[in-house]
Design a protein around this ligand. Structure first.
Ligand SMILES: NC(=O)c1ccc[n+]([C@@H]2O[C@H](COP(=O)([O-])OP(=O)(O)OC[C@H]3O[C@@H](n4cnc5c(N)ncnc54)[C@H](O)[C@@H]3O)[C@@H](O)[C@H]2O)c1
Length: 258
């Protein structure tokens, strides 16, 4: 077993907020396991960290595939013998009017966004319970707080994640495990840019115009950089947040406060 200080698992670690989270935890001396379905991008993020002296390993894993999740968590546990932080970040967006959504699309959105968190948590919790410590941060969104046209299923998954976080926090508190969620506003990632592209096609408005409208939902009139979400995720998982559990942290630059 490798002798490391702290171990973090980050899902969706190949790009966007997840990649920034992998880098942030590695910079704080965590050994990071990055799980994603994008092999090349995921490997690249980890290789760069290792080149600069950090520890990060990529695992190809679809978070909605129970067999694979169980196998990968088993490999991580065998390698390090502990998991200190689980960052359930992987997610997909579905941008469609409600009456065009198929049952398969509804199922896939829930399988990845909610089912992925269920599966990772299911297999990591026994490790955290045994060590009597751990922190879980689940990725929600402002979409779990406010209504957004064409985002019914996506928003529903994020609302479910906030509710799951609250209930689980109570259930695992006796084991000294904290569970929180985070709700970012707009963050400049491939997911948001594809979301804007779809909206611009649907509304026949230029991409830049839709982008400006979506930037205006934040009080600073801009999107967040992924690192501005990774830092609050790190805070929630760190000892600095030792009295915080069962909460949802809005990192939305005032969107919901308006
Ligand atoms: N970008 C935003 O504005 C924003 C705002 C609020 C919340 N979020 C949430 O943040 C999280 C990360 O989003 P992002 O913007 O970085 O998106 P992104 O698409 O850039 O990155 C998401 C990552 O998750 C991975 N992923 C998708 N399905 C997966 C699966 N089944 N198994 C494993 N990995 C999978 C993707 O391959 C990708 O690397 C998501 O949960 C998203 O809902 C994003």
């Amino acid at each position: 077993m490798e002798n490391v200080k702290n171990v973090a698992i980050v899902t969706g670690g190949a790009r966007g907020i997840g990649a920034a989270t992998v880098r942030t935890f590695a910079s704080h001396d965590y050994a990071v396991a990055s799980l994603d379905i994008l092999q090349d991008e995921g490997e690249k993020v980890c290789a760069l960290i290792r080149q600069s002296g950090g520890e990060a390993t990529f695992y190809h894993c679809d978070v909605s595939d129970e067999t694979r999740v169980k196998q990968v968590v088993g490999q991580i546990a065998e390698r390090y013998g502990r998991v200190d932080a689980l960052l359930n970040n992987a997610g997909i967006v579905l941008v469609k009017p409600f009456d065009e959504i198929t049952f398969e699309e509804y199922q896939r959105t829930f399988d990845v966004n909610v089912g992925g968190i269920f599966l990772l948590t299911k297999y990591v919790l026994p490790i955290m319970k045994e060590q009597k410590s751990g922190a879980i941060v689940n990725m929600a969104s402002v979409s779990g707080h406010v209504g957004q046209t064409d985002h019914v299923m996506y928003g529903s998954t994020k609302g479910a994640i906030i509710a799951m976080t609250r209930a689980l926090a109570w259930e695992v508190a006796p084991f000294n495990i904290r569970v929180n969620s985070i709700s970012p506003g707009s963050v400049d990632t491939p997911m948001l840019r594809s979301d804007i592209t779809l909206e611009s096609e649907r509304t026949n408005l230029p991409f830049e115009q839709v982008k400006r409208m979506r930037e205006a939902e934040q009080a600073f009139n801009r999107w967040a950089d992924p690192a501005e979400i990774a830092e609050p995720i790190y805070f929630l998982a760190s000892q600095a947040a030792s009295f915080i559990t069962g909460t949802d942290l809005l990192v939305d630059c005032g969107w919901v406060a308006k």
